[in-house]
Ligand binder design. Sequence first.
Ligand code: CO8
Length: 373
Amino acid sequence: MKNPVISGIGLWTPENTITNEELVTAYNAWANAFNTEHLDAIQAGDINAKPLSTAEFIEKASGIKRRFAYCKDGVLDISRMRPRIPARADHELSVQAEIALAAAHKALISANKSADQIDAVIVACSYTQRAYPAIAIEVQHELGIQGFGFDMQVACSSATFGLHRAYEMIKAGTAKAVLVINPELTSPQVNYCDRDSHFIFGDVAVATIIEDSSTCHSEHSYEILSTKAATVFSNNIRSNFGYTARVSDTDPFSLDALFHQNGRKVFKEVCPMAVEHILKHIEQHNLSVENVQRWWLHQANINMNHLITRKLLGRDASESEAPIVLNEYANTASAGSLIAFHQNHEDLNRNDFGLICSFGAGYSIGSLVIKKR
Ligand code: CO8
Protein backbone atom coordinates (compact mmCIF):
# COMPACT_ATOMS: atom_id res chain seq x y z
CA MET A 1 0.00 0.00 0.00
CA LYS A 2 1.51 3.30 -1.13
CA ASN A 3 1.61 6.13 1.36
CA PRO A 4 2.17 9.52 -0.40
CA VAL A 5 4.07 12.17 1.54
CA ILE A 6 5.16 15.74 0.96
CA SER A 7 8.91 15.41 1.36
CA GLY A 8 10.19 18.82 0.28
CA ILE A 9 9.23 22.32 -0.73
CA GLY A 10 11.14 25.15 -2.38
CA LEU A 11 10.24 28.79 -2.85
CA TRP A 12 11.78 31.15 -5.39
CA THR A 13 11.11 34.88 -5.15
CA PRO A 14 12.19 37.53 -7.65
CA GLU A 15 14.78 40.14 -6.67
CA ASN A 16 12.37 43.03 -7.24
CA THR A 17 9.58 44.18 -4.97
CA ILE A 18 6.96 46.87 -5.56
CA THR A 19 5.43 48.58 -2.53
CA ASN A 20 1.85 49.81 -2.41
CA GLU A 21 3.17 53.36 -2.35
CA GLU A 22 5.22 52.88 -5.52
CA LEU A 23 2.32 51.24 -7.30
CA VAL A 24 -0.18 53.91 -6.24
CA THR A 25 2.15 56.76 -7.24
CA ALA A 26 2.49 55.31 -10.74
CA TYR A 27 -1.22 54.48 -11.08
CA ASN A 28 -2.32 57.93 -9.88
CA ALA A 29 0.11 59.67 -12.25
CA TRP A 30 -1.30 57.54 -15.09
CA ALA A 31 -4.92 58.27 -14.01
CA ASN A 32 -4.27 62.03 -13.77
CA ALA A 33 -2.66 62.02 -17.22
CA PHE A 34 -5.63 60.05 -18.61
CA ASN A 35 -8.14 62.44 -17.03
CA THR A 36 -6.31 65.49 -18.40
CA GLU A 37 -6.09 63.99 -21.87
CA HIS A 38 -9.78 63.06 -21.90
CA LEU A 39 -11.09 66.12 -20.04
CA ASP A 40 -13.63 67.09 -22.72
CA ALA A 41 -15.09 63.58 -23.00
CA ILE A 42 -15.25 63.28 -19.21
CA GLN A 43 -16.99 66.67 -18.89
CA ALA A 44 -19.44 65.69 -21.63
CA GLY A 45 -20.24 62.51 -19.67
CA ASP A 46 -19.02 60.26 -22.49
CA ILE A 47 -16.44 58.49 -20.34
CA ASN A 48 -15.81 58.24 -16.63
CA ALA A 49 -12.81 59.89 -15.01
CA LYS A 50 -10.29 57.38 -13.65
CA PRO A 51 -10.55 57.36 -9.84
CA LEU A 52 -7.38 57.58 -7.75
CA SER A 53 -5.96 54.71 -5.72
CA THR A 54 -4.61 54.81 -2.16
CA ALA A 55 -2.05 52.66 -0.34
CA GLU A 56 -4.25 52.80 2.79
CA PHE A 57 -7.24 51.26 0.96
CA ILE A 58 -5.09 48.50 -0.48
CA GLU A 59 -3.67 47.45 2.88
CA LYS A 60 -7.01 47.66 4.67
CA ALA A 61 -9.04 45.90 1.97
CA SER A 62 -6.51 43.16 1.19
CA GLY A 63 -3.70 42.97 3.78
CA ILE A 64 -1.16 43.52 0.99
CA LYS A 65 1.82 45.83 1.62
CA ARG A 66 4.06 44.87 -1.27
CA ARG A 67 4.51 42.23 -3.95
CA PHE A 68 7.42 40.56 -5.73
CA ALA A 69 7.84 41.32 -9.42
CA TYR A 70 9.77 39.23 -11.94
CA CYS A 71 10.37 42.47 -13.81
CA LYS A 72 9.79 45.90 -12.29
CA ASP A 73 10.80 47.74 -15.44
CA GLY A 74 7.71 49.08 -17.20
CA VAL A 75 5.16 48.51 -14.41
CA LEU A 76 5.74 51.96 -12.91
CA ASP A 77 6.27 53.71 -16.25
CA ILE A 78 3.02 55.57 -17.00
CA SER A 79 3.61 55.35 -20.72
CA ARG A 80 3.68 51.53 -20.46
CA MET A 81 1.95 50.20 -17.29
CA ARG A 82 3.03 46.61 -17.80
CA PRO A 83 6.30 44.75 -17.21
CA ARG A 84 8.88 44.65 -19.97
CA ILE A 85 9.86 41.00 -20.38
CA PRO A 86 11.70 40.50 -23.67
CA ALA A 87 10.84 37.52 -25.85
CA ARG A 88 13.36 34.69 -25.87
CA ALA A 89 14.36 32.61 -28.86
CA ASP A 90 13.13 29.02 -29.10
CA HIS A 91 16.57 27.66 -28.20
CA GLU A 92 16.70 29.73 -24.97
CA LEU A 93 15.24 28.66 -21.62
CA SER A 94 11.76 30.13 -21.30
CA VAL A 95 11.00 32.52 -18.44
CA GLN A 96 8.52 30.23 -16.72
CA ALA A 97 10.86 27.24 -16.99
CA GLU A 98 13.62 29.40 -15.51
CA ILE A 99 11.63 30.34 -12.41
CA ALA A 100 10.19 26.82 -12.14
CA LEU A 101 13.72 25.41 -12.12
CA ALA A 102 14.84 27.88 -9.45
CA ALA A 103 12.08 26.62 -7.13
CA ALA A 104 12.61 22.98 -8.16
CA HIS A 105 16.29 23.01 -7.15
CA LYS A 106 15.31 24.26 -3.69
CA ALA A 107 12.59 21.61 -3.36
CA LEU A 108 15.06 18.85 -4.27
CA ILE A 109 17.45 20.03 -1.55
CA SER A 110 14.62 20.22 0.97
CA ALA A 111 13.47 16.67 0.06
CA ASN A 112 17.07 15.41 0.15
CA LYS A 113 16.64 14.03 -3.38
CA SER A 114 18.40 14.28 -6.69
CA ALA A 115 16.66 14.89 -10.02
CA ASP A 116 17.36 11.33 -11.20
CA GLN A 117 15.09 10.08 -8.40
CA ILE A 118 12.11 12.03 -9.84
CA ASP A 119 10.06 10.45 -12.61
CA ALA A 120 7.19 12.91 -13.17
CA VAL A 121 6.95 16.70 -13.41
CA ILE A 122 3.72 18.66 -13.16
CA VAL A 123 3.74 22.39 -13.85
CA ALA A 124 0.48 23.69 -12.40
CA CYS A 125 -0.27 27.42 -12.52
CA SER A 126 -2.80 30.02 -13.61
CA TYR A 127 -1.18 30.74 -16.97
CA THR A 128 1.49 29.10 -19.07
CA GLN A 129 3.34 31.34 -21.47
CA ARG A 130 2.75 29.05 -24.45
CA ALA A 131 0.55 26.15 -25.43
CA TYR A 132 3.30 23.65 -26.22
CA PRO A 133 5.73 22.10 -25.68
CA ALA A 134 4.64 21.93 -22.06
CA ILE A 135 6.74 23.98 -19.62
CA ALA A 136 6.89 20.81 -17.51
CA ILE A 137 8.62 18.93 -20.32
CA GLU A 138 11.16 21.76 -20.69
CA VAL A 139 11.84 21.57 -16.94
CA GLN A 140 12.05 17.78 -17.12
CA HIS A 141 14.61 18.10 -19.93
CA GLU A 142 16.70 20.68 -18.04
CA LEU A 143 16.82 18.45 -14.96
CA GLY A 144 17.59 15.33 -17.00
CA ILE A 145 14.54 13.53 -15.61
CA GLN A 146 13.51 10.22 -17.20
CA GLY A 147 9.73 9.89 -17.20
CA PHE A 148 7.02 12.35 -18.17
CA GLY A 149 5.70 15.85 -17.52
CA PHE A 150 2.60 17.88 -18.23
CA ASP A 151 1.12 21.31 -17.56
CA MET A 152 -2.24 21.97 -15.94
CA GLN A 153 -4.27 25.08 -15.18
CA VAL A 154 -6.98 25.51 -12.56
CA ALA A 155 -6.34 29.20 -11.73
CA CYS A 156 -6.02 29.68 -7.96
CA SER A 157 -6.34 25.96 -7.31
CA SER A 158 -3.67 24.88 -9.78
CA ALA A 159 -1.19 24.09 -6.99
CA THR A 160 -3.52 22.03 -4.82
CA PHE A 161 -5.05 20.28 -7.83
CA GLY A 162 -1.51 19.53 -9.06
CA LEU A 163 -0.69 18.01 -5.68
CA HIS A 164 -3.88 15.95 -5.93
CA ARG A 165 -2.66 14.48 -9.23
CA ALA A 166 0.74 13.73 -7.70
CA TYR A 167 -0.88 12.05 -4.69
CA GLU A 168 -2.97 9.87 -6.99
CA MET A 169 0.04 8.95 -9.14
CA ILE A 170 2.01 7.81 -6.09
CA LYS A 171 -1.02 5.89 -4.77
CA ALA A 172 -1.54 4.22 -8.14
CA GLY A 173 2.15 3.47 -8.59
CA THR A 174 2.32 5.33 -11.92
CA ALA A 175 5.16 7.50 -10.59
CA LYS A 176 7.72 7.05 -7.81
CA ALA A 177 8.43 10.71 -7.04
CA VAL A 178 6.62 13.72 -8.49
CA LEU A 179 7.90 17.27 -8.75
CA VAL A 180 4.95 19.69 -8.74
CA ILE A 181 5.90 23.25 -9.66
CA ASN A 182 3.82 26.43 -9.59
CA PRO A 183 5.61 29.18 -11.52
CA GLU A 184 3.05 31.91 -10.94
CA LEU A 185 4.15 34.67 -13.28
CA THR A 186 1.04 36.77 -12.68
CA SER A 187 2.28 40.27 -13.60
CA PRO A 188 1.78 39.96 -17.39
CA GLN A 189 -1.96 39.43 -16.73
CA VAL A 190 -2.47 42.32 -14.29
CA ASN A 191 -4.25 45.42 -15.54
CA TYR A 192 -2.07 48.05 -13.82
CA CYS A 193 -4.52 50.72 -15.10
CA ASP A 194 -7.42 49.28 -13.08
CA ARG A 195 -7.70 50.75 -9.58
CA ASP A 196 -9.73 47.78 -8.32
CA SER A 197 -7.14 45.15 -9.21
CA HIS A 198 -3.76 46.80 -9.89
CA PHE A 199 -2.50 45.90 -6.43
CA ILE A 200 -3.63 42.29 -6.12
CA PHE A 201 -0.94 40.04 -7.60
CA GLY A 202 2.72 39.16 -7.18
CA ASP A 203 5.15 36.84 -8.97
CA VAL A 204 6.68 33.77 -7.33
CA ALA A 205 7.45 30.08 -7.96
CA VAL A 206 6.92 27.19 -5.55
CA ALA A 207 7.92 23.55 -6.03
CA THR A 208 6.88 20.53 -3.97
CA ILE A 209 7.99 16.92 -4.00
CA ILE A 210 5.56 14.07 -3.41
CA GLU A 211 6.80 10.51 -3.03
CA ASP A 212 6.04 7.29 -1.22
CA SER A 213 6.96 7.24 2.47
CA SER A 214 9.28 4.27 1.86
CA THR A 215 11.67 6.43 -0.20
CA CYS A 216 11.38 9.62 1.87
CA HIS A 217 14.56 10.73 3.66
CA SER A 218 13.87 14.37 4.40
CA GLU A 219 13.99 16.14 7.73
CA HIS A 220 10.41 17.43 7.58
CA SER A 221 7.81 15.31 5.83
CA TYR A 222 4.03 15.06 5.88
CA GLU A 223 1.75 12.14 5.21
CA ILE A 224 -1.07 13.17 2.88
CA LEU A 225 -4.17 11.62 4.46
CA SER A 226 -6.40 12.63 1.55
CA THR A 227 -7.16 15.28 -1.02
CA LYS A 228 -10.50 16.91 -1.80
CA ALA A 229 -11.47 18.98 -4.85
CA ALA A 230 -14.61 20.92 -5.77
CA THR A 231 -15.51 23.22 -8.66
CA VAL A 232 -18.59 25.35 -9.30
CA PHE A 233 -18.79 27.48 -12.44
CA SER A 234 -18.67 31.24 -11.95
CA ASN A 235 -17.89 34.22 -14.20
CA ASN A 236 -16.94 36.39 -11.23
CA ILE A 237 -13.21 35.89 -11.80
CA ARG A 238 -12.35 35.72 -15.46
CA SER A 239 -9.69 36.21 -18.11
CA ASN A 240 -10.73 35.83 -21.75
CA PHE A 241 -7.15 35.61 -22.95
CA GLY A 242 -7.03 32.77 -25.44
CA TYR A 243 -5.82 31.46 -28.74
CA THR A 244 -9.15 31.93 -30.54
CA ALA A 245 -8.76 35.75 -30.50
CA ARG A 246 -7.10 35.39 -33.91
CA VAL A 247 -10.19 33.86 -35.52
CA SER A 248 -12.84 35.81 -33.65
CA ASP A 249 -11.11 39.01 -34.83
CA THR A 250 -11.09 40.31 -31.27
CA ASP A 251 -8.24 42.25 -29.74
CA PRO A 252 -5.97 39.79 -27.88
CA PHE A 253 -4.88 42.71 -25.67
CA SER A 254 -8.39 43.97 -24.81
CA LEU A 255 -9.10 44.58 -21.14
CA ASP A 256 -11.37 41.56 -20.81
CA ALA A 257 -8.39 39.43 -21.85
CA LEU A 258 -6.72 40.47 -18.59
CA PHE A 259 -7.62 39.35 -15.07
CA HIS A 260 -10.88 40.95 -13.94
CA GLN A 261 -13.28 40.09 -11.19
CA ASN A 262 -16.28 41.07 -9.15
CA GLY A 263 -14.27 41.00 -5.93
CA ARG A 264 -17.20 41.65 -3.56
CA LYS A 265 -19.25 38.76 -4.99
CA VAL A 266 -16.22 36.46 -4.90
CA PHE A 267 -15.68 37.33 -1.26
CA LYS A 268 -19.33 36.65 -0.34
CA GLU A 269 -19.71 33.44 -2.33
CA VAL A 270 -16.34 31.76 -1.84
CA CYS A 271 -15.97 32.17 1.96
CA PRO A 272 -18.95 29.95 2.91
CA MET A 273 -18.00 27.43 0.21
CA ALA A 274 -14.48 27.19 1.61
CA VAL A 275 -15.69 26.75 5.21
CA GLU A 276 -18.11 23.98 4.25
CA HIS A 277 -15.49 22.26 2.10
CA ILE A 278 -12.85 22.32 4.84
CA LEU A 279 -15.22 21.04 7.54
CA LYS A 280 -16.35 18.15 5.31
CA HIS A 281 -12.78 17.28 4.48
CA ILE A 282 -11.48 17.07 8.06
CA GLU A 283 -14.66 15.18 9.11
CA GLN A 284 -13.67 12.47 6.62
CA HIS A 285 -10.79 11.74 9.00
CA ASN A 286 -12.89 12.07 12.15
CA LEU A 287 -11.04 15.28 12.93
CA SER A 288 -12.63 18.34 14.47
CA VAL A 289 -11.19 21.84 14.11
CA GLU A 290 -9.55 21.52 17.56
CA ASN A 291 -7.50 18.58 16.24
CA VAL A 292 -5.94 20.63 13.43
CA GLN A 293 -2.83 22.52 14.49
CA ARG A 294 -2.28 24.57 11.33
CA TRP A 295 -4.34 26.04 8.48
CA TRP A 296 -2.37 26.98 5.39
CA LEU A 297 -5.07 28.84 3.54
CA HIS A 298 -5.16 30.43 0.10
CA GLN A 299 -3.78 33.96 0.20
CA ALA A 300 -6.11 36.25 -1.76
CA ASN A 301 -7.35 38.59 0.92
CA ILE A 302 -6.61 38.86 4.64
CA ASN A 303 -10.23 39.63 5.51
CA MET A 304 -11.36 36.51 3.68
CA ASN A 305 -8.92 34.37 5.66
CA HIS A 306 -9.96 35.97 8.94
CA LEU A 307 -13.63 35.36 8.16
CA ILE A 308 -13.02 31.75 7.17
CA THR A 309 -10.94 30.89 10.25
CA ARG A 310 -13.44 32.68 12.52
CA LYS A 311 -16.26 30.61 11.02
CA LEU A 312 -14.21 27.44 11.35
CA LEU A 313 -12.90 27.95 14.88
CA GLY A 314 -15.64 30.13 16.38
CA ARG A 315 -12.91 32.60 17.36
CA ASP A 316 -10.02 34.47 15.78
CA ALA A 317 -7.12 32.26 14.72
CA SER A 318 -3.65 33.22 15.88
CA GLU A 319 -0.98 34.12 13.30
CA SER A 320 0.75 30.82 13.94
CA GLU A 321 -2.45 28.76 13.55
CA ALA A 322 -3.38 30.33 10.21
CA PRO A 323 -0.34 32.12 8.80
CA ILE A 324 -0.76 35.09 6.47
CA VAL A 325 1.87 35.94 3.86
CA LEU A 326 -0.17 38.48 1.90
CA ASN A 327 1.60 41.48 3.39
CA GLU A 328 4.90 40.45 1.78
CA TYR A 329 3.84 38.39 -1.25
CA ALA A 330 0.35 39.70 -2.20
CA ASN A 331 -1.92 37.23 -4.00
CA THR A 332 0.32 34.80 -5.86
CA ALA A 333 -2.57 32.94 -7.52
CA SER A 334 -2.26 29.23 -6.72
CA ALA A 335 1.05 29.50 -4.85
CA GLY A 336 -0.27 31.34 -1.76
CA SER A 337 -1.23 28.43 0.50
CA LEU A 338 2.07 26.72 -0.31
CA ILE A 339 4.10 29.84 0.51
CA ALA A 340 2.30 29.88 3.86
CA PHE A 341 3.22 26.20 4.27
CA HIS A 342 6.83 26.78 3.20
CA GLN A 343 7.31 29.55 5.77
CA ASN A 344 5.43 27.88 8.61
CA HIS A 345 5.79 24.12 8.98
CA GLU A 346 9.09 23.14 10.53
CA ASP A 347 7.95 23.84 14.09
CA LEU A 348 5.10 21.30 13.95
CA ASN A 349 5.44 18.15 16.07
CA ARG A 350 5.16 14.55 14.97
CA ASN A 351 1.47 13.59 14.44
CA ASP A 352 0.30 17.21 14.26
CA PHE A 353 -2.42 17.71 11.65
CA GLY A 354 -2.62 20.52 9.12
CA LEU A 355 -4.78 21.54 6.20
CA ILE A 356 -3.68 23.15 2.94
CA CYS A 357 -6.57 24.79 1.08
CA SER A 358 -6.91 26.96 -2.01
CA PHE A 359 -10.04 28.78 -3.22
CA GLY A 360 -10.61 31.05 -6.17
CA ALA A 361 -11.37 31.30 -9.86
CA GLY A 362 -13.53 28.61 -11.40
CA TYR A 363 -14.76 28.63 -8.67
CA SER A 364 -12.33 25.99 -7.50
CA ILE A 365 -11.45 24.68 -4.05
CA GLY A 366 -8.69 22.17 -3.37
CA SER A 367 -7.49 20.82 -0.04
CA LEU A 368 -5.09 18.32 1.48
CA VAL A 369 -5.25 16.99 5.04
CA ILE A 370 -1.70 16.22 6.13
CA LYS A 371 0.02 14.81 9.21
CA LYS A 372 3.59 15.53 10.30
CA ARG A 373 5.77 12.41 10.32
N1 CO8 B 1 -7.85 52.63 -3.85
C1 CO8 B 1 -8.86 53.32 -3.26
N2 CO8 B 1 -10.15 52.96 -3.31
C2 CO8 B 1 -10.46 51.85 -4.00
C3 CO8 B 1 -9.48 51.08 -4.65
C4 CO8 B 1 -8.13 51.50 -4.56
N3 CO8 B 1 -7.13 50.83 -5.14
N4 CO8 B 1 -10.07 50.01 -5.24
C5 CO8 B 1 -11.37 50.12 -4.99
N5 CO8 B 1 -11.62 51.22 -4.25
C6 CO8 B 1 -12.92 51.73 -3.78
C7 CO8 B 1 -14.07 51.15 -4.61
O1 CO8 B 1 -14.25 51.88 -5.79
C8 CO8 B 1 -15.21 51.30 -3.64
O2 CO8 B 1 -15.67 52.61 -3.65
P1 CO8 B 1 -17.23 52.93 -3.47
O3 CO8 B 1 -17.57 52.39 -2.11
O4 CO8 B 1 -17.28 54.40 -3.60
O5 CO8 B 1 -17.92 52.16 -4.57
C9 CO8 B 1 -14.57 51.03 -2.30
O6 CO8 B 1 -13.17 51.28 -2.47
C10 CO8 B 1 -14.77 49.61 -1.84
O7 CO8 B 1 -14.43 48.75 -2.95
P2 CO8 B 1 -14.73 47.25 -2.97
O8 CO8 B 1 -16.14 47.01 -2.53
O9 CO8 B 1 -14.31 46.66 -4.29
O10 CO8 B 1 -13.68 46.80 -1.84
P3 CO8 B 1 -13.58 45.47 -1.04
O11 CO8 B 1 -13.58 45.84 0.38
O12 CO8 B 1 -14.53 44.41 -1.51
O13 CO8 B 1 -12.12 44.97 -1.44
C11 CO8 B 1 -11.10 43.34 -2.86
C12 CO8 B 1 -11.79 44.67 -2.78
C13 CO8 B 1 -9.75 43.47 -2.16
C14 CO8 B 1 -10.85 42.99 -4.32
C15 CO8 B 1 -11.94 42.25 -2.19
O14 CO8 B 1 -13.27 42.31 -2.65
C16 CO8 B 1 -11.42 40.86 -2.41
O15 CO8 B 1 -10.26 40.56 -2.21
N6 CO8 B 1 -12.28 39.94 -2.75
C17 CO8 B 1 -11.88 38.54 -2.95
C18 CO8 B 1 -11.41 38.40 -4.30
C19 CO8 B 1 -10.72 37.10 -4.53
O16 CO8 B 1 -10.43 36.30 -3.70
N7 CO8 B 1 -10.42 36.93 -5.75
C20 CO8 B 1 -9.65 35.84 -6.16
C21 CO8 B 1 -8.72 36.37 -7.14
S1 CO8 B 1 -7.36 35.35 -7.35
C22 CO8 B 1 -7.78 34.07 -8.37
O17 CO8 B 1 -8.86 33.61 -8.41
C23 CO8 B 1 -6.71 33.59 -9.25
C24 CO8 B 1 -6.97 34.07 -10.61
C25 CO8 B 1 -5.86 33.68 -11.51
C26 CO8 B 1 -4.62 34.47 -11.28
C27 CO8 B 1 -4.61 35.76 -11.97
C28 CO8 B 1 -3.23 36.28 -12.16
C29 CO8 B 1 -3.22 37.66 -12.74
